[in-house]
Design a protein around this ligand. Structure first.
Ligand code: FAD
Length: 281
């Protein structure tokens, strides 16, 4: 289908994008890689009257770090994340996650900022950012504010982002973690039916700390807090398996044409076991 008519502006700076958002009000939308927004517009599920193209804001395309954290510009593509040697060293979970998003075309166009701002619980990157305790830096008419990833996702396609704000930077604390992102899908390159982002700190062969993010297990990406607590002290497959069973504490996941709630819970348990096992290996 052809999208409804809209006006188009290309922002040349973050400030201009924010000003254009203020001018367009609730009917304005930012356009980054377009790989989530344009399909919605073609189905007429989204009908913005003003599209503000931020795709050429190169100031928001970077990966840089210091001793405490790694900062990623919102317009960094999934491909650039997957390809980054700096990130592979500082925060391998993001590399592992980005490399499993869609196909090469999607990864070359889609951006980390678009993935996060879109707020789709089936997107892979949000669960990884939750597991990493990332912060999101938003720019608006009153300046910038920082929102923890844990407080950002409100519901399906709903986030803490104001209508006049732009997500500028994703900040991830540096931590000594072994990590893995695994997704269960029907076909290669599909969206996740269930995804698991696992990060563990291991000392003397046992898990001292664990963070587990879940994709597509609720209306927002989730942390599996009961699993994380049960993983502490685990040193073998049996203990990891017992901890994975605690995923039931998240409540009833959604059912759809791909998976009933019960099947989804079962898959999550299996994928947690495998992801933690892969991280520990
Ligand atoms: P856009 O589509 O440009 O924007 C999405 C939304 O975010 C819009 O509402 C826009 O206004 C808003 N937005 C964008 N950038 C900002 C910003 N900086 N600040 C504030 N708001 C902003 N994703 C996965 O996670 N896993 C997959 O397996 C996967 N498979 C895919 C397969 C296909 C065929 C396609 C088309 C997409 C797939 N995606 C998948 C989604 C893809 O990763 C998207 O590109 C991404 O989710 C959105 O990024 P974008 O830059 O394209 O955002």
């Amino acid at each position: 289908m052809i999208p409804a008519a809209f006006d188009y502006e290309r922002a040349t700076s973050v400030e201009e994008a924010v000003a254009l958002l203020a001018r367009g009000g609730d009917d304005a939308k930012l356009l980054a890689g377009g790989h989530s927004l344009l399909p919605l517009m073609r189905l007429r599920l989204a009908r913005p009257t003003l599209l503000i193209d931020i795709g050429r804001l190169d100031d928001l395309r970077f990966i840089r770090g210091d001793e405490e954290s790694v900062e990623i510009g919102a317009l960094t593509t999934h491909h650039d994340l997957a390809d980054s040697h700096e990130l592979a060293e500082a925060c391998p979970l993001l590399v592992q996650t980005a490399s499993q998003i869609g196909d090469p075309q999607v990864r070359h166009r889609g951006t980390i900022g678009g993935s996060v701002a879109h707020g789709d619980p089936a997107s892979d990157m949000p669960a990884a950012l939750l597991a990493l305790d990332a912060d999101l830096v938003l720019e608006g008419p009153d300046g910038s504010r920082t929102v923890a990833a844990a407080a950002f996702f409100d519901g399906p396609l709903m986030t803490a982002l104001g209508a006049d704000e732009i997500l500028a930077v994703i900040r991830v604390p540096r931590r000594a973690r072994r990590t893995a992102y695994l997704k269960f899908q029907r076909r290669a390159q599909d969206w996740a039916i269930v995804g698991v982002a696992a990060a563990v700190r291991i000392e003397d062969g046992r898990i001292e700390e664990a963070e587990i993010g879940l994709t597509n297990m609720g209306p927002t990406p989730l942390r599996a807090a009961a699993v994380e607590a049960a993983l502490v002290g685990a040193s073998d497959a049996a203990a990891v398996s017992a901890a994975a069973h605690e995923v039931g504490a998240i409540g009833t996941p959604p059912g759809d044409e791909n998976a009933t709630p019960g099947f989804r819970l079962h898959i999550a348990e299996v994928m947690i076991r495998r992801a933690v096992g892969a991280a520990m290996a």
